[in-house]
Design a protein around this ligand. Structure first.
Ligand code: GLU
Length: 441
C-alpha cells in the first residue's frame, strides 16, 4: 500500500533503518537476485553460529558496470552495457562465466555470480563466485564486431580480473573462440601471456581436454546418482531436454548412450518429440548444421507449451533461467528434474514440484561439472602440465559423486530439498572461510 493511502489512525511505519538494503538488493525485488535472496533465507536457520555472517551472502562484494563502445562494420558506433560481478572471494578468486545475451541485467549477473559462489563451494573447488555479461544479441554482430566487442569488454573489466583474482569462462553464447580473444586481450594489456586468466579456452591455448563436455557430463553423473536414490533405472528412462547446446546436447548424448530414450527436445527454434526416442547423434549433427532442433527428420513437432507436459521420467532444463514457473510446473510428469541451466526453476515452481514429489536436482550441484573442469584447466595452466582426458573425466566423476552424496545426506538429515541442502553445505563452507579470515581492517 502506498504511504499516502495509509489508513489514518494506524501506527506510522517504522523509520527506514540506516542499514536498509539498496532497492536492487531488496528481497521483494522480483528477479533472479530476489530469488537468490529467498534461497539464502531458507538456509539461514541451518547455519548455526555462522548465521552471524549471513549478510555477507546477501550483497555482492564488487559489481562493475562498463560501457563497451565498438565501431560497427557500417562505420557507426554502438554502445553495449557490460558487467562483471564478484559476489564472494572468501574461499579464493572469483570464478564464473561470461554471457552475451540481449536480456542480461545487473540483477541477473548478480544472481548468477552468487550461484557461482554456492556452486564452487558445493563441489569444494577453491574459488569464490563471479559472473559477467554483456547486454547484446551476439547473433546481430558480424565476426569482426563480436571480436571487437569481446576485446573491449575484456579490457574494461581488466581492472578486476586476473589469474589469481577472477577467472572468466564460457556461459550462454560464449565459447572457446571468445575465451581466446579474452585471453589475448588481457595478455596484451599485461605484457605477458596469461593463459590462466580464463578457462574454457581452445586446447592449443592451454585449454583442458574434457572441458567442453564437462557440464553435460556432470549433469549425467549427478542425474545418475540421484536416479539411483529414487530407484529410477536410466536404461529405458524417458528423458526430455530443453536447450540442446553444450549442456543439453552432451547430457542427452550421455543419457542416450546409457540406454535412456530422449523423447522430447526444445530449443529456441521449437520443440520436437519421438515416442520411441530421438536419434541423438543425428540430432546433434542436425543442430550443428541448421542451428536448432526444428525440422529434424523423423520427429513430431511439438506445439508451444506442449514440451513441459510431455510423458517423461527425467526433465533437463538446460537453457536459460526462469523456465519452470507456476504456470507450467503443475503439468510436469517427470519424476526428476535435473537443472542443467542456472536458475531454471522459480521458487513457486520449486514448491509445486516438491508437493508433487518430483525430485529437483538443483543447478548449483547439477551443472557444477563445467566449473570443476575449469578448475582442472586452471591448475594445469599454472603447473604447465597437462592431464589425459581419462584422468580428467575420472576426477570429475569422483568430485561430482562425492559432492552429491554429501548433499543427499544433509537433505535426509534435515528433511529439506536438495536445493536447500546444497545451499546449507555451500553456505557453511563460504561463511566458515569468512569467519576464519575475519574482517579487515
Ligand atoms: N558458466 C559455467 C557455469 O555457470 C562455467 C563457469 C566456469 O567454468 O567458470 O557454471
Amino acid at each position: 500500500m502506498a504511504r499516502s493511502a495509509r489508513t489514518p489512525g494506524k501506527a506510522a511505519p517504522a523509520a527506514t533503518p540506516t542499514h536498509a538494503l539498496p532497492s536492487y538488493l531488496d528481497p521483494a525485488h522480483l528477479g533472479p537476485w530476489g530469488i537468490y535472496l529467498q534461497q539464502v533465507d531458507r538456509v539461514t536457520p541451518y547455519l548455526g553460529p555462522l548465521a552471524r555472517w549471513v549478510e555477507t551472502l546477501k550483497r555482492p562484494k564488487r559489481a562493475l558496470i562498463v560501457d563497451v563502445p565498438i565501431e560497427l562494420d557500417n562505420g557507426t558506433i554502438a554502445h553495449f552495457e557490460g558487467y562483471r560481478v564478484q559476489h564472494n572471494t572468501s574461499r579464493g578468486p572469483g570464478k564464473g562465466g561470461v554471457r552475451f545475451h540481449q536480456d542480461v541485467t545487473l540483477s541477473e549477473v548478480m544472481a548468477l555470480s552468487a550461484w557461482m559462489s554456492v556452486k564452487n563451494a558445493a563441489v569444494n573447488v577453491p574459488y569464490g563466485g563471479a559472473k559477467g555479461g554483456v547486454r547484446v544479441d551476439p547473433r546481430t554482430l558480424s565476426r569482426g564486431e563480436l571480436e571487437r566487442m569481446t576485446r573491449r569488454y575484456t579490457s574494461e573489466i581488466g581492472i578486476i580480473i586476473g589469474p589469481t583474482k577472477d577467472i572468466p569462462a564460457p556461459d550462454v553464447n560464449t565459447n572457446e573462440k571468445v575465451m581466446a580473444w579474452m585471453m589475448d586481450t588481457y595478455s596484451m594489456n599485461e605484457g605477458q601471456t596469461a593463459t590462466g586468466v580464463v578457462t574454457g579456452k581452445p586446447i592449443a591455448l592451454g585449454g583442458s581436454l574434457g572441458r567442453r563436455e564437462a557440464t553435460g557430463r556432470g549433469v549425467f553423473t549427478v542425474g545418475t546418482e540421484a536416479a539411483a536414490q529414487i530407484g529410477l533405472k536410466i536404461e529405458g528412462a524417458r528423458v526430455a531436454v530443453q536447450g540442446f547446446g553444450n549442456v543439453g546436447g552432451i547430457a542427452a548424448r550421455l543419457f542416450a548412450e546409457a540406454g535412456a530414450l530422449v523423447v522430447a527436445v526444445q530449443d529456441h527454434t521449437g520443440g520436437i518429440a519421438r515416442d520411441k526416442g530421438l536419434d541423438v547423434p543425428r540430432l546433434l549433427e542436425h543442430v550443428a548444421q541448421t542451428g536448432g532442433v526444428a525440422g529434424f527428420k523423423g520427429s513430431d513437432t511439438l506445439k508451444p507449451g506442449e514440451f513441459w507436459g510431455c510423458k517423461c521420467d527425467i526433465l533437463i532444463p538446460a537453457a536459460l533461467e526462469g523456465q519452470i514457473t507456476r504456470d507450467n510446473a503443475g503439468r510436469i510428469k517427470a519424476r526428476m528434474v535435473i537443472e542443467g541451466a542456472n536458475g531454471p526453476t522459480t521458487p513457486e515452481a520449486d514448491d509445486i514440484l516438491q508437493d508433487k514429489g518430483v525430485l529437483v536436482v538443483p543447478d548449483v550441484i547439477a551443472n557444477a561439472g563445467g566449473v570443476t573442469v575449469s578448475y582442472f584447466e586452471w591448475v594445469q595452466d599454472f603447473s604447465s602440465f597437462f592431464w589425459s582426458e581419462d584422468e580428467i573425466n575420472q576426477r570429475l566423476v569422483r568430485i561430482m559423486k562425492e559432492a552429491f552424496t554429501g548433499i543427499w545426506q544433509v537433505a535426509q538429515e534435515h528433511k529439506v530439498s536438495l536445493r536447500t541442502a546444497t545451499f546449507i553445505v555451500a553456505c557453511r563452507r563460504i561463511l566458515l572461510a569468512r569467519d576464519l579470515r575475519g574482517l579487515y581492517p
